[in-house]
Design a protein around this ligand. Structure first.
Ligand SMILES: Cc1ncc(C[n+]2csc(CCOP(=O)(O)OP(=O)(O)O)c2C)c(N)n1
Ligand SMILES: [Mg+2]
Length: 380
């Protein structure tokens, strides 16, 4: 496993083979380190705020990424300006490295839009809830990059690569095997980034695979490596190396970032039902943000910086709260939009049924009766 920062935040290159990755860290400046820390702290603060807002009835669901900030911010910053990202549904950290407005994600989980950001502009595609589907989209896109000759031209303005994110549980989906095979046989410029957070809802990773996940691609011809997913520097370096290689025509690669989902699967889940508190405590002691803070302090970064980040977090949380309270209620019929690009009889039939059902309630939808709502005393 590639690791540069141990849990005490001490930097070391454990083996000669890891030198090919370590060079990318030596190229970083202090401002890059501070950016990594700021982004990890920002996304943690956002995530905790979003969980609270869901609990107050502001969103139907929230998907926390707490504990996975090192994997997401490190890898996200290694993606180049021409590259495209195909995420799953927990990649809020990767999203901010590519300028996605955090409120877009809140709106999606509130049900007032389908994501809302422009994937062509951000090069960060819409969240995919169907496990593994996005890896096929990414493989197809990366094959298209090859067809267009945008690989290994030697011109950084032209060359591009693709990265796709998925979880440990998703690897059991056939889609991911198919994507690995297609990427390998077409030498597509695609990095498969698996966040092994060790749980797929209540299924432990050991129940999903007999071999370490970084070796899942071998039989298809996709080499892989495991990286410490709670070490932001290692995640950055390993992703940078393999995205550069993909852009230079070396084909697909699989990265398994070993991390841990500290929170619940979603706000509908209670993880205390299926996992031990000791396991959570073990991983809390390996928190990616605390580890990086220790490293930064050892490099002479003072308390002022951490105070500034804390204040920025307070401000962000206040803004997110205020903006969320001002959002409209979801329009129920929005769920029928964009299922098909053209009108479709089955969708129209379902829409007509819903309208009839709502009318039969006499204007009172189940959410209007106050049962599922919190009274904000007029402050909403
Ligand atoms: C094709 C498909 N099957 C089942 C589900 C229901 N489901 C949603 S998340 C999830 C677990 C996924 O675990 P993992 O891939 O490890 O990702 P994580 O949620 O841990 O980030 C399941 C089974 C789904 N969304 N799509
Ligand atoms: Mg998982």
């Amino acid at each position: 496993m590639v690791q540069f920062l141990n849990e005490n935040g001490e930097f070391a290159v454990a083996s000669k083979e890891h030198e090919i990755y370590a060079q990318f860290i030596r190229d970083l400046r202090e401002s890059d380190f501070l950016k990594f820390y700021r982004d990890m702290a920002r996304i943690r603060r956002f995530d905790n705020e979003a969980t609270a807002l869901q609990r107050q009835g502001q969103m139907g669901l929230w998907v926390p990424a707490v504990g996975q900030e090192g994997a997401q911010i490190g890898s996200g910053h290694a993606v180049g300006p021409n590259d495209n990202i195909f995420p799953s549904y927990r990649e809020h950290g990767v999203a901010i490295t590519h300028g996605v407005d955090l409120m877009s994600i809140i709106k999606m989980f509130r049900g007032v839009n389908h994501g809302g950001w422009n994937p062509y502009e951000k090069k960060f595609h819409l969240y995919a809830i169907v496990l593994g589907a996005q890896t096929l989209h990414a493989a197809g896109y990366a094959m298209g990059v090859n067809f267009e000759g945008k690989v290994a031209t030697g011109n950084p303005e032209i060359d591009e690569a693709v990265i796709t994110y998925f979880g440990d549980g998703a690897t059991a989906e056939g889609d991911i095997s198919e994507a690995l095979l297609m990427a390998a046989t077409t030498n597509a410029p695609l990095v498969f980034f698996c966040q092994n957070n060790q749980w797929a809802i209540s299924s432990a990773v050991e129940t999903q695979t007999k071999v370490p996940l970084y070796r899942r691609g071998e039989g298809f011809g996709v080499p892989g490596i495991r990286v410490d997913g709670n070490d932001v520097l290692a995640c950055y370096a390993v992703t940078k190396k393999h995205m550069d290689d993909a852009r230079n025509g070396l084909g697909p690669y699989l990265i398994e970032a070993l991390t841990y989902r500290i929170g619940a699967h979603t706000t509908s889940d209670d993880p205390s039902k299926y996992r031990d508190a000791e396991q959570v405590a073990y991983w809390q002691a390996r928190d990616p943000i605390i580890r990086f803070e220790k490293f930064l302090r050892s490099q002479g970064i003072g308390q002022d910086f951490f105070d500034e980040v804390q204040a920025a977090g307070d401000q962000l949380a206040a803004e997110i709260r205020e903006t969320t309270f001002a959002l409209p209620e979801p329009e129920l019929e929005l769920i029928f939009d964009h299922v098909y690009s053209e009108p479709h009889p089955l969708i129209e039939e379902q829409r007509a049924w819903l309208r009839g059902f709502e009318e039969s309630l006499g204007g009172h939808t189940p959410t209007d009766d106050g049962e599922n709502k919190v009274d904000y005393g007029g402050s909403r």
